[in-house]
Design a protein around this ligand. Structure first.
Ligand code: SAH
Length: 471
């Protein structure tokens, strides 16, 4: 081991930063995070440092480097762009047995500053011993996405109750199980839900019990449109921690493959001959059953669970049955398809509002507000519309939307096989039929759809009827 890692307590201890530029400012800011008594020595300060000095948060030693600056100091950072000065600081520091870091100069440094993931009081520090800082930074980014930000408050909570936990769980095995429960169970969940008082309460109650009841829960997760890159970090973490995943057919394999290897995956889409209500009841039953058995259930839905996803109904059922839950939003089809088709849903010149509409309405119970939908200067995004394109275009035109309003149909939005087919509203059904557009597809109607021809950047694109097709 070339470097010995230590964590230092710098609170109220004097640290000298030599240099007054941007790099020095970054170092000073980091040291202030650790409550160090920061002294910056430089002829002049960059604006950030000048502000800190004016606020009395740092002390400015004005002038060129002087070895007297090292008096009373615990640690030195040299951040000047003058190698001779850096060398001098290093030599003087070594002579006084002070640890010294010269920014970006491993040879002149007697200590290195690691890349860190800060979930204080929990801190992960990474070092490549100065050999490959890029690698250390890369690793840091990975770890950063792995740990939820509530890990810090959770560690602080455990620290506050450490003595009590030790008393109530004297046996080491028992204590380990308690900490596992603390990390995975309802206390962590309450913190993620921004309910610190409830977290505290749950911890107290648990300590009064002889052992922890394994309580299951449900996370309702939006899986986005298919491209796994469009998952949120929270969604990814939930997939990593799941015991059971109940997913719709619309959720892509690419997304599912990111889940915990030994998680049980159950497809809960509509089954042959089953009506919607039966499917929904089956999903409700499964969620409650698995959660009651103490499992962490992820209910994974395409796009966002609250946009035409029946997420609300599922949560109502969970609440009625006292199953705790969390919700992680996903990128809904309209946003993903628009982005991947080069269609800005709002645009200063064309559309001041956007409406998300389900086109899944039977002709005999057509309850859509066609007058409202036909108004100009708005973008319409229709979900589940492939089967009723004829009705859609004729209703919109009958209620006053111009027949030459542009439309775009985005099939398999964000996925490798994405296709965009565009045209004029009057030709919608004919164009879609000619290109054999299939579900899942999203229909965008409005002037902005006309921009796809110019702004497209992903997948294939076709406009109007294929040449040779009957009009
Ligand atoms: N909750 C989902 C929508 C469920 S409704 C969401 O927020 O996206 C299902 C409809 O969504 C499909 O019929 C289709 O219109 C649309 N859709 C979902 N994923 C899509 C995709 N990758 N490309 C195009 N449309 C999609």
């Amino acid at each position: 081991m070339k470097l010995f890692p230590i964590f230092t307590d710098l609170a109220q201890r004097r640290v000298l930063v030599v240099g007054g530029g941007e790099v020095a400012a970054r170092k000073a800011a980091a040291l202030l995070e650790a409550q160090a008594d920061v002294v910056v020595g430089a002829p002049a300060l960059d604006p950030d440092l000048a502000r800190l000095a004016a606020d009395g948060r740092i002390t400015h030693l004005a002038g060129t480097y002087d070895s007297h600056w090292l008096e009373q100091v615990w640690l030195v950072v040299a951040a000047t762009d003058d190698r001779a000065v850096n060398q001098q600081v290093h030599d003087d520091a070594v002579a006084r047995r002070l640890f010294c870091n010269v920014v970006d100069d491993a040879a002149l440094s007697t200590f290195q500053v690691p890349s860190i993931v800060d979930r204080s009081p929990l801190i992960v520090a990474i070092s490549s011993s100065g050999v490959a800082p890029v690698l250390a930074r890369r690793l840091r980014e990975r770890l950063e996405s792995l740990f939820d930000h509530t890990l810090g408050p959770l560690a602080a909570l455990a620290e506050r109750h450490r003595a009590r936990i030790r008393r109530q769980r004297p046996d080491l095995g028992q204590r380990r199980r308690f900490y596992d429960w603390l990390l995975d169970g309802p206390v962590a969940q309450a913190l993620r839900q921004q309910q610190p008082a409830q977290a505290e309460q749950l911890l107290h109650e648990a300590l009064e019990q002889p052992q922890e009841a394994r309580q299951g829960s449900v996370v309702l997760v939006g899986a986005g449109p298919g491209d796994p890159g469009l998952l949120t970090l929270k969604a990814l973490r939930a997939l990593n921690e799941a015991d059971v995943i109940l997913h719709d057919r619309l959720v892509s394999d690419a997304v599912l493959s990111l889940s915990r290897r030994d998680a049980e995956r159950i497809t809960v889409g509509k089954q042959l001959g089953e009506d919607h209500q039966a499917t929904q009841s089956r999903i409700h039953r499964l969620m409650v059953e698995h959660a009651r058995a103490g499992r962490r259930v992820v209910r994974l839905k395409g796009g966002d669970a609250f946009i035409f996803g029946r997420g609300g109904e599922e949560l109502e059922y969970l609440r009625e049955h006292d199953v705790p839950f969390e919700v992680v939003p996903g990128i809904t089809a309209a946003l993903a398809c628009a982005a991947h088709a080069g269609i800005p849903l709002t645009h200063r010149d064309h559309a001041q509002s956007v409406r998300l509409i389900t086109a899944h309405c039977r002709a005999d119970e057509d309850s859509l507000d066609w007058d409202g939908l036909a108004r100009p200067a708005q973008t319409l995004a229709f979900y589940m519309g492939v089967g009723q394109l004829d009705t859609l275009s004729s209703r919109l035109i009958a209620h006053g939307r111009a027949p030459d309003t542009p439309f775009a149909l985005i099939e398999n939005g964000s996925r490798p096989e994405q296709r965009v087919v565009a045209g004029r509203l009057a030709d919608l059904a004919a164009v879609a039929a000619a290109h054999a557009v299939r579900s899942p597809a999203l229909l965008v109607v409005g002037e902005v759809a006309g921009l796809a021809g110019k702004l497209r950047w992903f997948g294939s694109y076709a406009e109007g009827l294929p040449s040779g097709a009957p009009a």
